[in-house]
Design a protein around this ligand. Structure first.
Ligand SMILES: Cc1cc2nc3c(=O)[nH]c(=O)nc-3n(C[C@H](O)[C@H](O)[C@H](O)COP(=O)(O)O)c2cc1C
Length: 494
């Protein structure tokens, strides 16, 4: 392959003559530019430069060889040559570097929220916006965790809780606790190794990782990273081109995936305004614009998801069942009616989810829906051999306890895993899972539940669960007295 000097690449920096470098290879993208699904500006921004860092988070590694003619690859960047492309540190990069230098130690993370606070300071703005955003006013996103505050516990005492066992099964796989890492797109926005970090941590902590269709790493890279016998699930966005989906699903089955989770709550991607605003500010230099009518509605989310088929409906389940023997689960069920339909259509289970509050704002939280969905399934005799999971807002071991008490086989975490991964990598994700495990241990012990099977519905009080208008009262008097006992200066930290 031809060697090309950085100076040569840099000379091809115009719209009608545009080279860029990705992973050491030089590409001529002049012809491709107008058809880039993410718009022209982002490519123009890197004209004549190395675009690897911008490319990696939002493209699977094999995308160029899959979609572009081999002719666009002109050769390899000559790294022996003097003056190899020096990447200028952008202001955003500098801020991230400085913030990372000031990160607290991992052993200073005491709960799931701590990871989020650190992530906010060290993630690049576009990564923070994509990971943290919810739809519209982000009411459902906040409600997801708040709803857990409306469930109170009914602890049983005088139970032998010397030995605890948190293990359970999920779709037939043995796991260490009723928790899995759910599918979230674009892992490399937060960490250079992306989803592989989650794969390794899941293996070490013996929990399941759901691989997202829109992972930054390729599907095979993620499966290759798994240990032998490590169970993995696949989150599926059904493509408008059904042949593409068929090939993907059958490949996943061949690679040993243990469950197919079809996302059903995203026929159109929600409006995530934080994400949209950042796209707005991260566009290329104005002088290279030429696209005055650029669509400002496209954040990272919309840009990567244009292929999702909005015509997907109940009739498609027969087709899905005909192409795979993997258990089919519907992710994003939000009413008892649809839960019953899923069971009637032969699904193996559901995930009650509002997509982390990223789709329909004012969709209820999964934990609020769980009791009525379990009741509906039981009433129809459909609750046997049908596994119900929930995700959204799980941030404490007691949240897991409450979900299991109300009938969930397990719960998924999305953002917490992303934030732990983005801040402290493998060790961070392992610590996060350990914290949740320790909290669940404490909760089970104090609740008098030595095993998962001992966690029952009568251990939770859900009388307020439906009351959206009730806020927890604030104990101002107590707060005030407590503050006065602290030395000055620490008061603000309360
Ligand atoms: C950054 C991000 C990306 C996500 N990507 C997907 C996706 O590609 N497919 C999907 O079905 N759900 C996706 N979700 C939703 C999650 O699977 C899950 O429902 C949600 O994150 C759970 O809420 P939590 O973040 O409060 O734990 C995503 C969520 C986040 C935060």
């Amino acid at each position: 392959m031809k060697n090309i000097t950085p100076q040569e690449v840099a000379a091809h920096n115009k719209k009608d003559d545009l080279w860029i470098v990705i992973h050491g290879k030089v590409y001529d993208l002049t012809e491709f530019l107008p058809s880039h699904p993410g718009g022209q500006k982002i490519i123009l921004k890197y004209a004549g430069q190395d675009a690897t860092d911008a490319f990696d988070p939002i493209h699977p590694p094999d995308i160029i060889s899959r979609y572009l003619s081999p002719d666009v690859c002109l050769g390899e960047l000559d790294i022996s040559h003097a003056g190899v492309m020096v990447k200028k540190e952008s202001k955003a990069d500098e801020q991230v570097r400085l913030a990372r230098e000031k990160m607290p130690r991992l052993d200073e993370m005491y709960n799931v929220f701590d990871f989020e606070s650190v992530a906010k300071t060290v993630l690049k703005p576009e990564a923070w916006a994509y990971y943290s955003s919810g739809a519209d006013d982000e009411i459902s996103m906040r409600e997801n965790h708040n709803a857990f505050h409306r469930i109170w516990l009914r602890p049983r005492v005088m139970v032998n809780v010397k030995q605890l066992d948190l293990s359970t099964t999920m779709l037939g796989s043995n796991v260490s606790m009723p928790l899995y890492i759910t599918g979230t797109a674009l892992g490399k926005l937060g960490h250079p190794e992306g989803e592989l970090v989650l794969t390794r941590a899941a293996a070490q902590k013996k929990i399941i990782q759901m691989i997202p269709t829109l992972a930054s790493c390729s599907f095979d890279e993620i499966v290759d990273m798994a240990r032998p016998e490590q169970p993995q699930w696949l989150q599926l966005y059904v493509n408008s081109d059904r042949e593409v989906t068929k090939k993907f699903v059958q490949h996943a089955e061949h690679r040993g995936i243990k469950g197919l989770f079809v996302t059903v709550d995203a026929p159109q991607l929600g409006r995530r305004e934080k994400d949209m605003r950042v796209k707005y500010s991260d566009d290329g230099p104005e002088e290279m614009d030429g696209q005055k009518d650029i669509n400002r509605d496209e954040g990272a989310a919309r840009y990567i998801s244009t292929f999702i088929d909005p015509s997907l409906n109940w009739e498609d389940l027969a087709w899905l069942k005909s192409i795979t023997t993997m258990p089919i689960m519907l992710k994003g069920i939000q009413t008892p009616e649809d839960a019953v339909l899923a069971a009637r259509h032969g699904c193996s289970g559901i995930v009650i989810s509002n997509h982390g509050g990223r789709q329909l704002d004012f969709a209820p939280s999964a934990i609020e829906l769980l009791p009525e969905i379990m009741d509906a399934l039981r009433a129809e005799g459909l609750d046997k051999n049908f596994e119900v999971y929930i995700d959204g807002g799980i941030r404490r071991g007691s949240d897991i306890f409450k979900a299991v008490a109300l009938g969930a086989k397990g719960v998924g975490i999305g953002r917490p895993a992303l934030f732990a991964m983005s801040t402290y990598g493998d060790e961070g994700v392992k610590k996060l899972i350990q914290l949740l495990q320790d909290e669940l241990v404490m909760c089970m012990r104090l609740m008098g539940a030595p095993t998962i099977n001992h966690i029952t519905k009568d251990m939770v009080d859900i009388r307020n669960l439906k009351d959206h208008f009730v806020q927890s009262p604030v104990d101002y008097l107590g707060h005030h007295a407590y503050e006065q006992m602290l030395p000055r200066g620490r008061i603000n930290k309360l």
